[in-house]
Design a protein around this ligand. Structure first.
Ligand SMILES: Cc1cc2nc3c(=O)[nH]c(=O)nc-3n(C[C@@H](O)[C@@H](O)[C@H](O)COP(=O)(O)OP(=O)(O)OC[C@H]3O[C@@H](n4cnc5c(N)ncnc54)[C@H](O)[C@@H]3O)c2cc1C
Length: 296
């Protein structure tokens, strides 16, 4: 279907210009990054913006940089950029593993990580991983710059902490102190271009500090704090894994939709955590499995 809705289009040269444009236009303005969500929504008549502000011509927005003990991702960093970045491979290979599960190369070449969390679809693959990494979302708006902790970012399906006139200018991701291990498990109906039926990211540090976040099994991707509290500071044993898995039903609220039933989603989350916990610990301890290996 062709795009039938009429809207103004503005290509901007700076982020300040982008903020000015969307502030002037009011709530019915949208930023255009990779367009992999925005364009289908326009085509399907699901959104009706008065103005679309294209930020793709702004120089330097696809930067991945090391800033002290953080990795910074600019607003035009795509999932393909994560796959090819040496910084990501060396410091946060979990971002590589997550990006490798997203869509197909054609989509990954355009789809930005920040667009993914701005769309705030419950199944967004970036969500659980950025949550366990305690990411900070940098925002610029008419009142200036501010930072939103990722745990306060997702407010509901398609709802974020972004206020009127604001845009996201970057993600600051702390690198957990070495040694650490992490894993992202994503269940899809088939390997390839399919959204998550259920996903979980597990991160473990040298002190057995565990972080666990689920995606696609609730209105927002979310940390499982009760699961983490049970695990924290303890050596992983079969009994501890069983105790953590027993807490999964209370940590998620899956629904039935075209991709899976809520019962299947709930069960598969238990299986994924059961496999993910020892695998994250094994990665931390240098015994694999290699990042990118699919365990589900
Ligand atoms: C065939 C297909 C398969 C897909 N498979 C997956 C998948 O497996 N996993 C997955 O998680 N997703 C998947 N997606 C969705 C994924 O491509 C998007 O979520 C993408 O990451 C969004 O980024 P974008 O740059 O394309 O954003 P756009 O489409 O340009 O924008 C998306 C939304 O974010 C806003 N936005 C973008 N950047 C900013 C910014 N800097 N500041 C403020 N607002 C901003 C836009 O205004 C818009 O509302 C798929 C999409 C398609 C079409």
């Amino acid at each position: 279907m062709a795009i039938a809705h009429q809207f103004a289009y503005q290509k901007v040269a700076t982020l300040d210009e982008a903020v000015e444009a969307i502030t002037r236009a009011g709530p019915d303005a949208r930023i255009l990054a990779g367009g992999t969500d925005l364009v289908p929504w326009l085509r399907d008549d699901a959104i009706h913006p008065d103005l679309v502000v294209d930020i793709k011509a702004i120089d330097g927005l696809n930067t991945i940089s090391l800033e002290g003990d953080h990795i910074f991702l600019g607003p035009l960093v795509t999932f393909s950029d994560l796959l090819t970045s040496d910084l990501v491979h060396d410091h946060l290979p979990i971002l590589f593993e997550m990006a490798d599960t997203v869509a197909s190369p054609g989509i990954r070449n355009r789809a930005t990580v920040i667009g993914n969390i701005c769309s705030a679809v419950p199944s967004c693959d970036a969500g659980p991983t950025l949550l366990v990494l305690d990411t900070s979302v940098a925002v610029l708006g008419p009142a200036g710059a501010r930072t939103v902790p990722i745990e306060e970012w997702f407010l509901g399906p398609h709802k974020t902490a972004l206020a009127g006139g604001e845009i996201v200018t970057g993600l600051s991701i702390p690198i957990p102190p070495p040694p650490h291990g992490a894993i992202y498990l994503k269940l899809q109906r088939y390997q390839g271009e399919d959204l998550s039926q259920a996903g979980v990211t597990v991160l473990v540090t040298g002190d057995n500090d565990f972080r666990v976040a689920f995606g696609a099994v609730g209105p927002i991707p979310a940390r499982a704090h009760a699961v983490e509290e049970t695990l924290n500071g303890r050596e992983l044993t079969d009994e501890l894994i069983a105790a953590a898995v027993g807490l999964v039903p209370g940590a998620i609220s899956p629904i039935t939709d075209m991709r899976a039933t809520k019962e299947y989603r709930a069960r598969i989350c238990e299986v994924m955590l059961e496999r993910g916990l020892p695998a994250a610990v094994a990665r931390r301890d240098g015994t694999g499995p290699a990042y990118g290996t699919r365990l589900i």
